[in-house]
Design a protein around this ligand. Structure first.
Ligand code: DLL
Length: 431
């Protein structure tokens, strides 16, 4: 792999603080955030009152579990600006989810919030080994999606030279990477695969490009995919996580020196993992649904937001702040096939372990005769000749996931490509 030995970075004091120092800061900030939400957002005032809790009840971090959760439906019901805790004219920026699955979720930021966001994204980019003056190719979408503009804020704060290329126009992506010689790329893992295809189409060896590090997020991806991307580009591939409701990219980030999970920037975002059935917090190390509370956000404080992302909390390593394991999937993406829970990431792992197949896939669900069936749509790797790869993949899925699926192996290029977040599940079930 290309050598990425960044100039040593001076970590911020909070990145190496003791757990007691972190907890003390979090307690102070949490008290402020609960009070701010309660005093300024009618939704929080009503939900705290209905649960019989008051911001003054919080004396320690463990008391947070007494406060009610906030759900995506609560945010939708407050469309568009009902969750804002400051007058609209103090909101410097508005982002929103695409709204393809319902009412869009609208989030807002004050000038201070934008500065905080820039700060945590700069910290994330620095953890990836980028330094002032480095060139960054930012292929996350610019617009209402938080990816492009969120990374831009952090890149500006760190002093990078940024190419704000956004998603799409893949031939141009390859051309700009070749011509401008960026050190880093920020992009969804699925779009990185499209860029790889385009390199092949243009006869360009991705291993020969200037890229030393890729910062991938906005959708689940596996360590098997990491190995695939690292080998294909000969660069480091790191995971960045975030969500609009909590901030955007930069809620947590892997560091290049350890690559062992994502450090949560706990000075601004307080994590819990709960049992999704009971809502009760589980101990660190146990798997469950990730819940976040913002500690410093002004325009859009968020209290105990149920992300639906499944992971577990782990102790700090290269930073004192706790890590979250790579997200295995969202509870809403979980397919229950004849009683077995299946996540697209499990299919991805099986696919990566089957030689002769390209890393692109979609999952089609149908319900003939009132029985759910799953078909994996994938394609032959360019130049592959083996014709039994479909059977091999089905067998691998049966063996590792425990379900029987159909597999269609198409020609190279037959699976729909992503320019941002991949659409993994095509739900064609009726009845
Ligand atoms: O996807 C923010 C982002 C942009 C993160 C760029 C990283 C890079 P939303 O569009 O609100 O925000 O989608 C948030 O995407 O709840 C997860 O389900 C998923 N997600 C984000 N990052 C990761 C990741 C952005 N690294 C939703 N691994 C989240 C797995 C991720 N899933």
């Amino acid at each position: 792999m290309k050598d990425l030995t960044p100039a040593p970075a001076t970590l911020e004091p909070i990145e190496t603080a003791s757990r007691d120092e972190i907890a003390a800061l979090q307690t102070d900030r949490l008290r402020w955030s609960l009070r701010h939400a309660y005093d300024n957002v009618p939704f929080y005032c009503q939900s705290f009152d209905a649960a019989g809790v008051h911001p003054d009840d919080l004396t320690g971090l463990e008391d947070l579990a007494r406060f009610p959760f906030t759900l995506k439906t609560d945010l939708r019901a407050s469309y568009p600006f009902g969750m804002f805790a400051v007058p609209r004219n103090q909101v410097a920026r508005i982002h929103a989810s695409s709204g393809t699955t319902g009412q869009p979720t609208v989030v807002g930021y004050t000038e201070n919030d934008l500065a905080t966001w820039g700060h945590v994204v700069a910290r994330s980019l620095r953890a990836a080994g980028l330094r002032q003056g480095d060139l960054l190719h930012n292929a996350y979408g610019y617009g209402l999606f938080t990816g492009g503009l969120g990374i831009q804020l952090g890149a500006d704060a760190l002093g990078l030279s940024t190419v704000p290329v956004s998603g799409g126009m893949t031939p141009r992506q390859v051309r700009l990477i070749t011509d401008f010689q960026p050190k880093g790329i920020t992009v969804t893992p699925s779009y990185a695969l499209s860029i790889l295809d385009e390199c092949a189409a243009q006869g360009i060896d991705p291993r020969g490009t200037s890229l030393q590090v890729g910062i991938f997020g906005a959708e689940p991806w596996t360590n098997a995919m990491r190995s695939e991307i690292e080998a294909a580009f000969d660069m480091h591939a790191l995971d960045i996580y975030g969500l609009s409701e909590v901030m955007g990219p930069g809620v947590s980030m892997e560091c290049v020196e350890a690559k062992d999970g994502l450090h949560i920037w706990e000075d601004h975002f307080y994590p819990e993992v709960i049992d999704p059935e009971t809502g009760i917090p589980v101990a660190d190390g146990e798997r469950g649904e990730l819940v976040f509370t913002s500690l410093t956000k002004e325009a859009f404080p968020i209290i105990r937001y149920r992300t639906r992302d499944l992971t577990r909390l782990l102790p700090g390593t290269a930073r004192s702040m706790r890590r979250m394991e790579k997200v295995t999937g969202r509870s809403d993406d979980m397919i229950i096939l004849r009683g077995v829970n299946v996540f697209p990431t499990q299919i991805e792992e099986a696919l990566m372990a089957t030689p002769g197949l390209a890393p692109h896939f979609q999952i089609e669900l149908t319900r003939p005769d009132r029985m759910d069936r799953m078909r994996v749509l994938c394609e032959m790797a360019a130049g592959a000749t083996d014709t039994d790869t479909g059977a091999a993949l089905a067998a691998k899925i049966k063996q590792t996931v425990g379900v029987t699926v159909d597999v269609t192996v198409g020609a190279p290029g037959s699976v729909a490509r992503s320019e941002g977040k991949a659409l993994r599940i095509l739900d064609r079930r009726t009845g």
